[in-house]
Design a binder for this molecule. Structure first.
Ligand code: HAM
Length: 441
């Protein structure tokens, strides 16, 4: 029989990885609530024109990485109408326009957490399905709101346990100053055209700014001498950029000016930033990034509306914090086991009662020897085993503390309360131990 595997560039997130995932998601949702960002869900696919217009037809994400999809019988002359979302911003701004959110108090702060799809060449840190946490603040020109967003991303990474994070910051100008800069850049690139790989030569014609974002290492020495947009900002963009740096300084957010950052999506104006672990600044290493997109709502048929946002790459953050071990949250407090291997019904009933009382309880429902059941409970990381035996006839069970190796008889009616009490004192004990450790440092 044929055996199947997850598609190339995708992976199954097994329970061990999901523990980290759930923690990161809870952290993101907690921060979003605290900062006033409201949840939104948009479809996993959109009309491909949403991405073509928002992200730009001549970008890697649209040209090479869009998963174009069609329903059965839906293609006409090879025309595929839909695409899986490669990022969340375009869909969120589409929803903002569609639902007339400009009538709400501005800015509208939105957040979403979910999978994105890019038909990228798979390699470490680059997947075809990956997860992002996204925040968008739509309807404020900044620069204070830009600082809020950048600080929020940093707060997430720090709380997630990324020991060192560097914020790289740039301004990439706007419709007033970018055209003149692009002319300067084009002039420079024409001068070195014979050294450019074919794709970049083509880019030079269609979208010269994208040459700066190329993943081809051959370009590094050529780009090192290219003119920088930060040196060609108009007065308004320069003032916005200076204002943003001032706000970040006031919030004690350290930044590194990064004049080479242009970002891979065409919708950006002015602010552009990325988060890195210092020393790991390669193309596949950004833990997240974002920026301002003042022209995007208009591109998607709305009225002119400024916006700024960011996305954190959850796969990359999880890899950095290496949380492949199950966390306490996924461990049962108790597993119900039994001397009579066949009496699975008793074990299921007792575990169900404990679960209804709010206790994370497992039940060994296999008909195997008690010793094997106890082994299994210990492997799950349970603190207690509830051992069901002949005493059940008198309404009692043995409560075995698997960590202390002690055991005592408990009335079934008291079991939930006993477990709660034991759990609470266990946690208290752990906290005291932690406290003692901290004192001794
Ligand atoms: P982005 O820089 O394309 O921005 O993606 C943000 C983050 O998603 C990256 O820094 C990276 O951590 C993660 N990421 C991107 N592609 C992959 C991949 N193939 N595999 C694994 N992780 C990946 C955006 O998507 C913008 N929408 C961010 C934004 C929001 N700008 C304004 N608002």
């Amino acid at each position: 029989m044929a055996r199947f595997q997850a598609p190339r560039g995708t992976r199954d997130l097994l329970p061990a990885q999901m523990a980290a995932w759930q923690r990161l998601r809870a952290l993101a949702e907690g921060l979003a609530t605290r900062y006033g960002y409201q949840p939104i869900e948009t479809p996993l696919f959109e009309d491909s024109a949403v991405f073509e217009r928002a992200i730009g037809a001549a970008t890697d994400v649209v040209e090479k990485e869009l998963f174009r999809i069609a329903g059965a019988g839906e293609t006409r002359d090879g025309d595929v109408r839909w695409a899986l979302r490669p990022e969340a911003t375009a869909g969120i701004v589409r929803a903002f326009v569609e639902h007339g959110m400009h009538t709400l108090p501005q800015p509208v702060r939105l957040t979403t957490f979910g999978p994105m799809f890019r038909y990228d060449r798979p390699q470490a840190g680059r997947y075809r399905q990956f997860w992002q946490w996204n925040v968008e603040a739509i309807g404020d020109q900044g620069p204070a709101i830009d600082a809020e967003v950048i600080e929020l991303g940093l707060a997430f990474l720090r709380d997630a346990g990324v020991a060192q994070v560097e914020v790289q910051l740039n301004s990439i100008g706007d419709a007033a100053c970018r055209p003149a800069y692009i002319e300067r850049l084009t002039e420079y690139l024409r001068g070195v055209e014979d050294r450019l790989p074919p794709l970049e030569r083509q880019r030079l014609q269609t979208n010269p700014l994208r040459v700066l974002d190329s993943k081809d290492p051959v370009l590094a020495p050529i780009l090192a001498d290219a003119p920088l947009i930060a040196d060609h900002l108009c007065a308004e963009c320069a003032a916005h950029y200076a204002g943003l740096r001032g706000h970040l300084e006031a919030l004690s957010v350290p930044i590194r000016p990064a004049p080479q950052i242009v970002r891979g999506l065409d919708y950006y104006t002015r602010t552009a930033f990325e988060y890195f672990v210092p020393g790991r600044e390669g193309q596949q290493q950004a833990l997240g990034g974002g920026g301002r997109y003042d022209g995007l709502a208009e591109l998607l048929g709305g009225r002119p509306t400024p916006g700024v946002g960011l996305a954190i790459g959850i796969d990359r953050v999880a890899a950095v914090i290496e949380e492949a071990v199950p966390t306490a949250a996924s461990r049962p407090v108790a597993v119900v086991v039994g001397a009579d291997a066949a009496a699975t019904g008793d074990r299921l009933r007792l575990a169900t009662d404990l679960r209804r009382a709010g206790i994370a309880a497992g039940a060994d429902l296999a008909t195997r020897k008690l010793a094997r059941q106890l082994d299994g409970a210990a492997r799950l990381g349970a603190h207690f085993a509830v051992v069901v035996g002949d005493e059940l006839a008198d309404g009692q069970v043995q409560l075995r503390d698997l960590e202390a190796g002690t055991q005592r008889l408990v009335n079934v009616v008291d079991l939930a309360r006993e477990l709660q009490r034991a759990q609470a004192s266990h946690r208290h004990g752990q906290a005291e131990q932690r406290g003692a450790r901290a004192d001794s440092r």
